[in-house]
Design a protein around this ligand. Structure first.
Ligand SMILES: *[C@@H]1O[C@H](CO)[C@@H](O)[C@H](O)[C@H]1NC(C)=O
Ligand SMILES: *[C@@H]1O[C@H](CO)[C@@H](O)[C@H](O)[C@H]1NC(C)=O
Ligand SMILES: *[C@@H]1O[C@H](CO)[C@@H](O)[C@H](O)[C@H]1NC(C)=O
Ligand SMILES: *[C@@H]1O[C@H](CO)[C@@H](O)[C@H](O)[C@H]1NC(C)=O
Length: 383
């Protein structure tokens, strides 16, 4: 009985493994997914301009987690950053040619990092200071964007003479985004706080960045299976980050708990015995096994190849359009099923129940699971 319940799943996993290994760059499950940078020039200054920079996460199930994004570009000429509000340049660089007023950065390729919410109000602007974290719009539209202001000197002071920065790159923990060249777009319009007046940027350019999986991808999570009837398929040995022969990867100093898979996050699908006929019920448990990482704002994308009825308890959920099979996105509700805090915080596990319906015999289970956008290692197939 047990075997027949799981057999389709096991076949499926092997099929999906073949499918995913042929994946190239970008994300075939989220074709338009991108992070868009928008620069709105708000005023000209004697030697340059002041711009509002907006960073918006338009990916359906990928977030940017702590310690957050870093934005870099290369100036077209010899521009400098006089000041920033709501973010800051990482390095000052060589400002030796300046007397008196000192720019915040003279780097030819400056790197900007976000501030945290606890900086003084004078260093903040509306929409800023989120510690570099970008959630998805589904989780929280306000937390899916970042905003900062930048005063640029040694730059053009008109639409004709200003030069857009080149070679934008966005780096995030465990990965990077490749960005398009800047393109001039229609000036952004702004509604005044009293909503009675519309102003517009003097000039706007836009850059579209797409996630680029790193070479030698290491999954940050693994999937295991179990059931009320005693079935157990644990995460694969060294599914994330070790060599079976390498005992050092299990050093006591490692922030990730020592396990045979060394994954910072593990996800267990537990088949409940109340599953009957065509309906399969699972309890899904997500465990944070990292003592330092905080995944409170987790988001899970579950991909399964046939449209099946999906039910859930204790979570939000949302279905992606069924382009490549059908997919479900699940994330935690505040103060309820969230709580994927660091290991040892007492709240390092999140649980929810989910059911699928399919015609008996043709039933199959989700094939791939993505945690915060990254694909998890599937359970190993028994021989
Ligand atoms: C999954 O279900 C679909 C539709 O019922 C079926 O065509 C397919 O063969 C199944 N896959 C596996 C591996 O059982
Ligand atoms: C970036 O995402 C937005 C929002 O989904 C979409 O409208 C736009 O077409 C995307 N851009 C590209 C170049 O894919
Ligand atoms: C673009 O940026 C990348 C990463 O910062 C850097 O390695 C590369 O040299 C830059 N290219 C140019 C043409 O500036
Ligand atoms: C984890 O992050 C959440 C949201 O950012 C925060 O409220 C919580 O205090 C953090 N927990 C720990 C243990 O750092």
């Amino acid at each position: 009985m047990e075997a027949t319940l799981w057999t389709p799943l096991l076949c499926l996993l092997s099929l999906m493994a073949i499918f995913t290994s042929t994946r190239g760059g970008g994300d075939p499950l989220d074709l338009n997914g991108n992070i868009t940078l928008r620069w709105d020039v708000m005023s000209w200054t004697p030697d340059g301009y002041v711009a509002l920079v907006n960073i918006a996460n338009y990916q359906q199930y990928r977030t940017v987690m702590e310690p957050g994004w870093r934005l870099q570009w290369t100036w077209a000429r010899k521009e400098v950053i006089w000041s920033t509000v709501g973010a800051r340049p990482l390095h000052r660089g060589d400002c030796s040619s300046f007397k008196g007023n000192m720019p915040a950065s003279c780097m030819r390729s400056p790197t900007i990092v976000d501030l945290t919410a606890d900086v003084p109000l004078t260093d903040q602007i509306a929409g800023c200071c989120k510690g570099g974290v970008l959630l998805t719009q589904l989780q929280d539209a306000r937390k899916s964007t970042a905003e900062f202001q930048i005063a640029v000197g040694n730059a053009g002071t008109t639409k004709k003479t200003v030069q857009m920065p080149k070679n934008y790159t966005l780096t995030v923990p465990g990965g990077r985004y490749s960005c398009s060249t800047a393109k001039i777009v229609r000036p952004t319009q702004f509604l005044s706080p009293d909503r009675r007046r519309i102003t517009q940027a003097l000039m706007t350019w836009q850059v579209v960045c797409r996630h680029t999986p790193p070479r030698g991808y290491k999954p940050p999570c693994c999937v295991s299976l179990s059931s009320d009837r005693g079935l157990k398929i644990p995460c694969g040995t060294c599914a994330c980050n070790c060599k079976p022969s390498d005992a050092r990867s299990c050093a006591p100093k490692s922030p990730v708990q020592c396990t045979n898979h060394m994954c910072p996050v593990s996800i267990n699908w537990h088949l409940l015995s109340r599953s009957k006929g065509s309906v399969r019920w699972f309890e899904v448990s997500i465990s944070n096994l990292n003592r330092r990482a905080n995944y409170t704002d987790w988001i899970l994308m579950i991909q399964h190849p046939v449209a099946q009825k999906f039910a859930s308890a204790d979570t939000n959920y949302w279905s992606l359009p069924p382009k490549l099979g059908s997919m479900e996105v699940v994330w935690g509700i505040k103060h309820y099923s969230r709580g994927l805090g660091p290991l040892g915080s007492g709240r390092s596990t999140a649980k929810f129940e989910i059911s699928y319906e399919g015609s008996p015999g043709k039933w199959n289970f989700s094939s791939n699971v993505f945690f915060n956008g990254d694909r998890c290692a599937n359970p190993p197939l028994p021989r």
